[in-house]
Design a protein around this ligand. Structure first.
Ligand SMILES: [Zn+2]
Length: 301
């Protein structure tokens, strides 16, 4: 199933496939949580389905579809799912894979998730495969940060930037899930799968608490609770920063602060984010407390 907000991107791919002109290298870029990985999987499944003719559909019944369900399709290679650096050896396996013959319907598909994690050597190795395409071989590169890929790789691919052009499709889709809407969800309206993922992992209540505890940033906030949540779930620090950015922006839009105060706050936040990424073993509790106090000093200045 392709998410409703991404069906418009399937159409040109399907049309090209229907007339046997689908590009052999397709780069799917876009924000985390927009649905790129699922999109690539769906297109791959259709390309491999034995019942698929010139339309990209899956029957779910044929041997190929069954093999895919079992995760053992010999004509499909998926790499990069573990979020680790992708080595040149892995890309050499991709080259061997596309050169060998297909077992099912003549097509073979490779999906490279987190493609920006390819090393320079890996990217150079992939170039050779992209520059000497084999018929009926399709490579899908999936990336949150496609600009980190070399310009040459990008120029050899047909690039799609998967974005949500019709936000109401997301709103409807979320309304049909069991997720209870909260005001801060709007911050992730363009990354709906992040919300769903947090929901499924039981993180959503904690994020609700995190937002509530810092919503009145200029007044008193529950620092102890913030500390507890971030200690339990350090990966939420990113979300914590997004919350702070949004809350401070709201102060500016509601004319509660002047633009220069806003700028000072943004500097503090940028400094916090930068230290977090660059200082190993940073005492997050201390840094978070310091950030909050500095922001409050600015806001109440
Ligand atoms: Zn099938």
């Amino acid at each position: 199933m392709i998410y409703p907000w991404l069906t418009e991107f399937k159409q040109p791919i399907e049309t090209a496939y229907g007339i046997n002109k689908l590009h052999h290298g397709i780069l799917l870029g876009g924000q985390a949580g927009v649905g790129k990985a699922q999109f690539a999987q769906d297109i791959a499944q259709s390309i491999l389905c034995n019942a698929s003719s010139n339309q990209l559909q899956t029957c779910g019944q044929c041997k190929s579809c069954q093999l895919q369900k079992a995760g053992t399709h010999p004509d499909k290679l998926v790499i990069g799912q573990d979020n680790k650096t992708i080595s040149v050896d892995e890309i050499r396996k991709v080259a061997q894979f596309v050169q060998s013959s297909a077992g099912q319907n003549a097509n073979k598909v490779v999906i490279i998730h987190n493609a920006e994690l390819m090393t320079i050597a890996a990217q150079n190795a992939l170039l050779k495969t992209l520059e000497e395409p084999n018929a009926h071989r399709y490579l899908f590169l999936v990336s949150n940060e496609p600009m980190r890929l070399s310009a040459t790789i990008r120029s050899r691919c047909l690039c799609y930037n998967l974005v949500i052009n019709q936000p109401e499709q997301v709103t409807n889709w979320l309304a049909n899930s069991s997720l209870i809407a909260q005001p801060w969800h709007i911050l992730f309206a363009h990354q709906p799968l992040l919300l769903l993922n947090w929901h499924e992992q039981g993180d959503l209540n904690q994020l609700d608490s995190l937002y509530s505890s810092i919503e009145c940033l200029h007044a008193q906030i529950d620092l102890k609770l913030v500390d507890e949540i971030l200690k339990q779930n350090p990966k939420h620090i990113n979300v914590f920063c997004i919350f702070l950015f949004a809350i401070i922006k709201k102060y500016l839009l509601n004319k509660k602060i002047m633009f220069n105060t806003y700028q000072e706050c943004m500097k503090l936040l940028a400094h916090f984010e930068n230290s977090r990424k660059t200082i190993l073993g940073l005492n997050v509790t201390l840094a978070t407390n310091r950030l909050i106090f500095s922001l409050q000093a600015q806001l109440n200045n």
